[in-house]
Design a protein around this ligand. Structure first.
Ligand code: PFF
Length: 462
């Protein structure tokens, strides 16, 4: 059941909400290819590392690091960083999850049918501007997540994942076909797959910035649920005789396929309507797909089904985020499951209110700057901190732990027993020991250096 649980965690808002708008914002093809490279040489090896650690320790991340390292304080702290990441990510993930449930009801009510692009934008912006609407749907989403985690209905949930995931894939397939036939296929595909490499190191004004590369890497972590131990937790569900590499490859392929399909469905419509692919930001999927739904036959039904399935995909990811936090309190601190879920869920819900209010009551509060130097809203800033720093730093240490620290016999047993391929094992060990930590470390250093300006000087920016 590992594959189902892991795919349920990996496939979510990251694939359908976030990836398309980032691909748009960071210039299309070059970003998409950089992201694919990051999935292959950073994401996949760390996914294997997390599953390996999880299956060996059969514990939550804090417990797993602590047991394997025999209580070493440093490694236990890496486990805590994972719990902190789960906390932070779930706080805003639940707000965006709320948007999808909100759009499910809007679609069922036919609110955006037969509207023009201007009106569809307005519907989205009105939703953001309404603090009550934001808070209510965030509460609904968080309550659903907590409800499922309290009852621990994992088996039941997996049965749903088994049915609903393929349906989501089929529906995306339909939207892709629609986009390619009725939308601007050449424009959409060209933007997504023909690289303009300069976009990876420059901002809109043509100045040097490492931000797009860092974002592509950070997103590889986010979309595969890596760097915080979610896959360590789920790794403990993998049967002893199942192959870790085969399972990891399967999850990574499915996850990537969904992100690419969603992007094709969206960008063929973006170009059909002559919209600016770089401008939409977090509203992209909510503003573009309704345009398609309002045109296609059966659009009301298809739109309703789409946002329902997306809400469900978001829920199965949110559950894995909360599970990492809660499992630590249950296993290591002996709290009851219900107590841990209610207390931690409530704290995360309160934290999430800041994100829920970030486009209305708190719209003037900005934490970080975006790549053009503009202040970003709270939700976007918190997402940036978690995805581009917390997860990659967690992943950096997970790679070091799996590549260097744990015993050779453990690695051999986990990866070679049964049908394990030696070639994959050698490649994995090399990449995990050397390449992944260096690549992740360098990208984070580049980002810090943005403020020092060394790379800018080297690249001849100034
Ligand atoms: N992978 C999820 C997505 O793409 O929507 C988000 C996520 C879930 C990130 C669980 C991290 C995590 F531990």
């Amino acid at each position: 059941m590992f594959i189902l649980a892991a795919a349920g965690s990996a496939i979510g808002l990251g694939n359908i909400w976030k990836f398309p708008y980032m691909a748009g914002k960071y210039g299309g093809g070059a970003f998409v290819l950089m992201y694919l490279a990051c999935i292959g040489v950073i994401g996949l090896p760390i996914l294997v590392a997390e599953i390996l650690i999880g299956r060996d320790a059969r514990k939550n991340p804090v417990g797993a690091f602590s047991v394997i390292s025999r209580g070493n304080r440093f490694w236990t702290a890496v486990g805590f960083l994972g719990v902190a990441s789960g906390f932070v990510i779930l706080s805003y993930y639940s707000v965006v999850g709320g948007w999808t449930v909100d759009y499910f009801t809007k679609s069922a009510a036919g609110s955006y049918l037969e509207a023009n692009p201007g009106r569809i934008n307005e519907i989205f912006n009105q939703m953001l501007a309404n603090p009550w609407e934001q808070a209510v749907w965030h509460t609904v989403f968080m309550a659903a997540t907590m409800g499922i985690v309290i009852f621990g209905v994992k088996e039941g949930l997996e049965r749903w994942i088994e049915v609903l995931m393929p349906l989501l894939l089929v529906l995306l397939g339909v939207l892709v076909v629609y986009g390619l036939v009725a939308g601007d296929a050449a424009g959409g595909l060209g933007y997504l797959f023909i690289p303009d490499w300069s976009k990876l190191v420059t901002n809109a004004a043509g100045e040097y910035t490492p931000r797009p590369m860092l974002e592509a890497m950070g997103h590889a972590f986010f979309t595969l649920s890596l760097g915080m131990g979610a896959m360590i937790t789920y790794g403990s569900y993998l049967g002893d005789h199942e192959s870790i590499p085969a399972s990891a490859v399967m999850v990574a392929l499915l996850d990537t396929a969904i992100a690419l399909l969603a992007s094709i469905a969206i960008f063929t419509i973006v170009f059909q309507y002559g919209l600016d692919p770089t401008a939409a930001g977090p509203g992209l999927v909510f503003q573009v797909l309704p345009l398609a739904f309002s045109q296609m036959p059966g659009g009301r039904f298809i739109g309703t089904a789409f946002f329902l399935l997306l809400s469900f995909a978001a829920l199965t990811s949110a559950i894995s985020l909360l599970e990492v936090v809660v499992a630590h309190f249950i296993d290591d601190r002996k709290w009851a499951r219900r107590t841990a879920t209610v207390i931690m869920g409530t704290v995360i819900w309160v934290l999430g209110l800041f994100s829920a209010f970030s486009y209305n009551l708190l719209e003037n509060v900005t934490l970080l700057e975006d790549k053009e130097g503009q202040g970003m809203p709270i939700l976007d800033s918190v997402d940036l901190i978690a995805t581009n720093y917390m997860l990659p730093i967690g992943g950096f240490f997970i790679a070091l732990f799996a590549g260097w620290f744990i015993k050779q016999q453990v690695r051999d047993r986990q990866l070679l027993d049964g049908s394990g391929s030696r070639a994959f094992y050698r490649a994995w060990l090399f990449v995990t020991r050397y390449f992944t930590p260096v690549a992740v470390g360098l990208l984070i250093l580049f980002m810090i250096d943005k403020h020092l300006g060394i790379a800018e000087w080297v690249f001849g920016g100034k």
